[in-house]
Design a protein around this ligand. Structure first.
Ligand SMILES: Cc1cc2nc3c(=O)[nH]c(=O)nc-3n(C[C@H](O)[C@H](O)[C@H](O)COP(=O)(O)OP(=O)(O)OC[C@H]3O[C@@H](n4cnc5c(N)ncnc54)[C@H](O)[C@@H]3O)c2cc1C
Length: 413
C-alpha cells in the first residue's frame, strides 16, 4: 500500500478519497464499522465554525490569521457539498444554513458580536430581529438570531455511510472490525492489528477522540483532550405539533451559550438536539457514552425550549466523544522518524466541515504542497499540560462556561 489510514470517520474516509484522487493505493483500518465514532452520531449541523466561535478567534489571533481560518472553513463546507453532489450521497442534506440564536435578551450582545465578526470577514449572513425570527417561523423560545446561510443540516450517519461507499467505489480498501493495536514508526510505517498488519509509505492517524487501545505517537496525546457530549431525539411530530412549532425553513439552530445547545428538525419531523453539558474522564478514562444525569438535564432543556411540544416524548438519547485542543482549533500535521505519519484531529465539536476537509489537507501535506490548511499546520500547536493539571484546565474552562450559561438559563426560567 501507499497509504494506511487508521480510523474510518469523516477524517479517515475523506483522506482515503483525497489520496486515491492523487493516485495512491489506500487501506483504511477501522476498529468497528466506519462511522462508529463521532461521525456516525453527531448532531448534523454543517456550520462555518472553526475554533470556539468567530469573536473569540478574533480576540485570540487578530484579523489576518482569522481571515485564513475563515477562508479555510468556507472551503470545507464547499468540500462537503461537493462530495455529497459528486458521489450522490443521500444524507438528507438541506442547504438551509444555521441560526445562532439567543434564548434571552442577555445573549443579544453575543448575536451582535457574531454578526459584526462575520461582516468583518465579508461572510454572508443576516441579523434576525425578533419579528424576522417569527416571520421565518422559528420556534418561539429562540428570540433573536444571526443566520449563517452557508451550510445546513444533514443526517450524519447517512453522510458517513455515503463517504464509505464512495471510498470503496474509488478503489480504497477498507478493513473493518480491525482495531489497530500499535503503530510502528519508520521508513514504511505499519498498522498492526490482532489479525494482521498493513504497511505503507505514509500512515494517517484519523482516530480523533476515539483512539481507544491505541498508543498514539508523540506529540499527539499532548494536543487533544477527549470530552463527552450527549444528544436526544424526539418521536416524530404529528401535523398539529409541527404547526405549533413552525420551523418551516428547517434552519439548524444553535444557541448563543458559551457551551452551545444545538437543535434540528429531521426529515421525518423529529427534533434532534442537546449538547451543552460536556464531561471529561480524568487521564482520558473512558466514561459511558450516555450519562443518566446529563440525559435528565437535557430533557429539562428540551422542555424549556419547546414548551409547545409538551406532549412529544424523547425516544432516544446517546452520546459521543469530541476532541479539543487548547486553542479549540483543529490540529493537523505530521510526525514520525521519517516524517511520514500524518494526523488531523481536535475539531472541538465542529468537525463535519473540517474533518471532511482534512482529506484535502493531508493530501496537500503528503504531496508537499502548500494549501489553505497551512493556516492550521503552520501554527505552533499548544501542548496540554499533564494530569492533574489537564483535569484542572478542563474544569476551569467548563466551570466558567457553565456558570455564564446557568445565569442566562435561570433568567429564562
Ligand atoms: C454528540 C456529538 C455532536 C456533534 N455535533 C456536531 C455538529 O452538529 N456539527 C459538527 O460539525 N460536528 C459535530 N460533532 C463533531 C464531529 O462529529 C466530529 O468532529 C467528527 O465526526 C470527527 O470525525 P473523525 O473522523 O475525525 O473522528 P470519528 O468519527 O470519531 O472517527 C474515528 C474513528 O477511529 C476509529 N478508531 C479508534 N481507535 C481505533 C483503532 N485503534 N484502530 C482502528 N480504528 C480506530 C473509531 O472506531 C472511529 O470510527 C459532534 C460530535 C458529537 C460526539
Amino acid at each position: 500500500m501507499d497509504a494506511v489510514v487508521v480510523g474510518g470517520g469523516y477524517t479517515g474516509l475523506s483522506t482515503a478519497l483525497a489520496l486515491r484522487a492523487e493516485g495512491l493505493s489506500v487501506a483504511v483500518v477501522e476498529a468497528r464499522t466506519c462511522g462508529f465514532g463521532a461521525s456516525g452520531r453527531n448532531a448534523g449541523h454543517l456550520t462555518p465554525t472553526i475554533g470556539k466561535d468567530l469573536p473569540t478567534l478574533m480576540r485570540l489571533f487578530g484579523h489576518d490569521r482569522v481571515a485564513s481560518l475563515v477562508g479555510l472553513v468556507e472551503l470545507a463546507i464547499d468540500e462537503v457539498e461537493r462530495l455529497i453532489r459528486v458521489h450522490a450521497i443521500e444524507c438528507e442534506y438541506e442547504a438551509v444554513g444555521n441560526v445562532i440564536a439567543a434564548v434571552h435578551p442577555r445573549q443579544f450582545a453575543n448575536i451582535d458580536r457574531a454578526a459584526a465578526a462575520a461582516r468583518a470577514f465579508g461572510l454572508p449572513g443576516e441579523l434576525l430581529e425578533p419579528d424576522a425570527m417569527r416571520a421565518r417561523g422559528l420556534p418561539g423560545s429562540f428570540l433573536r438570531g444571526y443566520h449563517e446561510p452557508h451550510g445546513g443540516i444533514l443526517h450524519p450517519g447517512l453522510y458517513v455511510a455515503g463517504l464509505r461507499r464512495a471510498a470503496l467505489a474509488c478503489g480504497a480498501t477498507i478493513f473493518e472490525e480491525s482495531p489497530v493495536l500499535r503503530v510502528e514508526d519508520g521508513q514504511r510505517p505499519c498498522a498492526h492489528t490482532q489479525e494482521g498488519s498493513v504497511r505503507g509509505r505514509v500512515l494517517v492517524i484519523a482516530t480523533n477522540a476515539y483512539a481507544r487501545g491505541l498508543p498514539l505517537p508523540a506529540p499527539l496525546p499532548a494536543y487533544m483532550m477527549p470530552a463527552y457530549v450527549q444528544l436526544l431525539q424526539t418521536a416524530p411530530l404529528n401535523p398539529a405539533q409541527l404547526a405549533a412549532v413552525g420551523w418551516q425553513g428547517h434552519e439548524g439552530l444553535y444557541t448563543a451559550h458559551e457551551a452551545l445547545e444545538s437543535w434540528r428538525l429531521t426529515r421525518d419531523n423529529r427534533i434532534v438536539g442537546g449538547a451543552k453539558h460536556v464531561r471529561y474522564g480524568y487521564a482520558g478514562r473512558v466514561l459511558p457514552d450516555a450519562d443518566a444525569d446529563v440525559a435528565l438535564r437535557l430533557d429539562a432543556v428540551y422542555r424549556r425550549r419547546f414548551p409547545e411540544l409538551a406532549d412529544v416524548e424523547i425516544t432516544q438519547t446517546w452520546g459521543g466523544r469530541i476532541g479539543f485542543a487548547l486553542d479549540f482549533l483543529p490540529v493537523v500535521g505530521r510526525t514520525g522518524k521519517a516524517n511520514n505519519i500524518y494526523y488531523s484531529m481536535s475539531y472541538a465539536g465542529h468537525g463535519i466541515a473540517m474533518a471532511t476537509y482534512s482529506g484535502r489537507m493531508v493530501a496537500d501535506l503528503v504531496a508537499g504542497r502548500s494549501g489553505p490548511g497551512a493556516a492550521l499546520w503552520a501554527r505552533r500547536s499548544l501542548r496540554l499540560p499533564p494530569e492533574p493539571f489537564r483535569w484542572l484546565v478542563f474544569h476551569a474552562l467548563n466551570g466558567f462556561f457553565e456558570g455564564v450559561d446557568r445565569r442566562v438559563d435561570r433568567l429564562v426560567g
